[in-house]
Design a protein around this ligand. Sequence first.
Ligand SMILES: Cc1cc2nc3c(=O)[nH]c(=O)nc-3n(C[C@H](O)[C@H](O)[C@H](O)COP(=O)(O)OP(=O)(O)OC[C@H]3O[C@@H](n4cnc5c(N)ncnc54)[C@H](O)[C@@H]3O)c2cc1C
Length: 390
Amino acid sequence: MERESILISNKSIAIVGAGPAGCASALFLQNYGFEDITLFDFGKVLRTILPTGGGRCNITNAQYDYREFAKNYPRGEKFLYSILSKFGAQDTVNFFKSIGVETYTQDDSRIFPVSNSSSDVRNKILNKLHCKIVKEKVLSIVPLDNCYKLVTSKSSYAFDIIIIAIGGHSDFSLFKELGVNIIEPTQSLVGLCTKEDFSNISGVSIKNAIADNIQGDILFTHQGISGPLIYTLSSLYAKREIPYELFIKLAEIDNFQDLLNQNSHKDIKNLISKFVPKSISEYILNTLGIDPARKAHTIDGKTRDSIKNYIEKFKITVTGKKADGEVVTCGGIDLKEFNPQTLELKKHPNIYCCGEVMDIDGFCGGFNLQNCWSGAYVAATAIAQQENLH
Ligand SMILES: Cc1cc2nc3c(=O)[nH]c(=O)nc-3n(C[C@H](O)[C@H](O)[C@H](O)COP(=O)(O)OP(=O)(O)OC[C@H]3O[C@@H](n4cnc5c(N)ncnc54)[C@H](O)[C@@H]3O)c2cc1C
């Protein structure tokens, strides 16, 4: 991706937000030959990449068909077609290679840096950044005749072009003067708080549980339930009104009567432990009011079916969200506000957005960072095309 540029633009560009989307935008613009780039962030540049992938930085996902890739975004799937077709997972791998970050693909298709270090990825990006960095919070953007006034906590500046990449965790007040529609933000990829009290089985996990045809591991916690399957469900149902119910198949209970017949003098809790961890079998029996030490031969058909139903249709009532996952924002700037080919705001020429600030969010697996790399590329390329640098 490194480009030898002979053309140089004298247009001034401000990038608001130095997270993955903002920093990638700066790198792409530099490569196109822009020299007057200023990156604004009130915090440490690219600090938000440090916790990603548990400190390993899951950069993207090895799905190279953009339509298939886009299926991993509960919000933004169709909108992303043109963006991902211009800059997809392979482009991300190539881009990182060009800045010295070699990658590898895990068995589950997640792509990580060979260093397994998000801090290494951060350093490699910072080494390539040559733009001005201003440690100030941008408070508002005011349209003027031929440019935009950027008002910060300390000063005000004028810029020809602006890229807004403030992520999903800000208060969006920056957009007040711009009059764009904001889809109310809420958290996604989180653990769920439940009405049911799982504190006695907190820390216990179940592999390959299934809910709504999605398979994954779950983890019981003090406040409720968590783990990969729950993160996916929290994303799918991010906008559901709370409280709501979920039904999870903890295990498939086959030939239960045969099992009871063949082990008639065993405790029921030990037989159920063939399907779920022992502590959970006790939890289930206690909840159903069945003595865990009851012998198998005393279990009548109705009781047998109630146990089977309970395990195969384990009901939880979701009462809240617990920010213990990747925590991305569902919601943000309404996608109707953008030209999907360029990510320019329809109402404000020369203002672009990219990354989590937009109403796009994906599942765990590298999809949210890919949204940043792709959006940054598309916005930077559109600016370069406008200036005849591409
Ligand atoms: C714990 C955790 C782990 C994750 N792991 C992964 C992973 O492995 N793979 C993956 O794909 N995704 C992962 N994600 C999601 C991913 O990190 C985000 O989607 C991504 O960081 C969004 O990037 P962004 O640049 O859009 O916004 P952000 O990363 O939020 O960056 C926005 C920046 O803008 C700055 N800013 C905000 N408002 C202003 C303002 N008014 N003025 C100036 N600056 C401002 C902020 O200080 C911040 O630095 C993870 C998220 C979390 C929380």
